[in-house]
Design a binder for this molecule. Sequence first.
Ligand SMILES: [Fe+2]
Ligand SMILES: [Fe+2]
Length: 263
Amino acid sequence: MRVLFIGDIVGEPGRHAIGELLPKIKKREGIDFTIANAENVAGGSGVTPQLAEEIFDMGVDALTTGDHVWKRREIVDKLRSDNRILRPANYPANVPGSGSAVIKSKSGVEVGIINILGRVFMQPVECPFRVVTEEIDKIKKKTRIIVVDIHAEATSEKIALGWYLDGIVSALIGTHTHVQTADEKILPKGTAFIADAGMTGPFDSVIGRRKEEILTRFITQMPARFEVAEDDIQLHGVIIDVDEKTGRANSIKRVQEKLKADG
Ligand SMILES: [Fe+2]
Ligand SMILES: [Fe+2]
């Protein structure tokens, strides 16, 4: 089966890109299942239940999140009630929601998804290596197809987790930096890997925010309000071809699709 993983969707421009480009990509590439990172969907930070539904209606099957998951508190009930949207698994025990899920594709194939946070240059959380193993144990009886979103800053931590999970999951896909890396590969035991899938949103920006305020902040070190940028909208992600019998990946390829100015 062919799985499309879409990098962090940023604000209204990101949602617009999904609405316009996703149906075309799905058709052209024969996509069976689509996962997207939704931590920046609402005004660039967090995600609301309404906006999550909007993205599901556009054809995304499952949503992961990251360190911005709690920015919009309305999402808490949705995280409890809808297993199609995940929060990172390595938050303290008993926080609302789940860090893993098994979701049926339209053709009836069950896809396991795990969402995990890194710890290097990020807020302290439980060990991603230990917690990801616990989550795999929870879902591996139901499906061999497992896609992990490692939401982390440091490429070293993501690469290390790739070696750790090689042959155990179908794909380990990085998110959070909003910059797509060119290191996509199939690891020796059959796990697809990329350190970061990239961003879906405005690229005439600094990782999705208006560049003017970001520059002011860097230059003056004074606080500034960061607004979502508007121009050069693109959808970034990866397409993974997974062998349904073994759960191993056959291929991974990067996607960078531009929204036409009139689109
Ligand atoms: Fe993000
Ligand atoms: Fe993040």
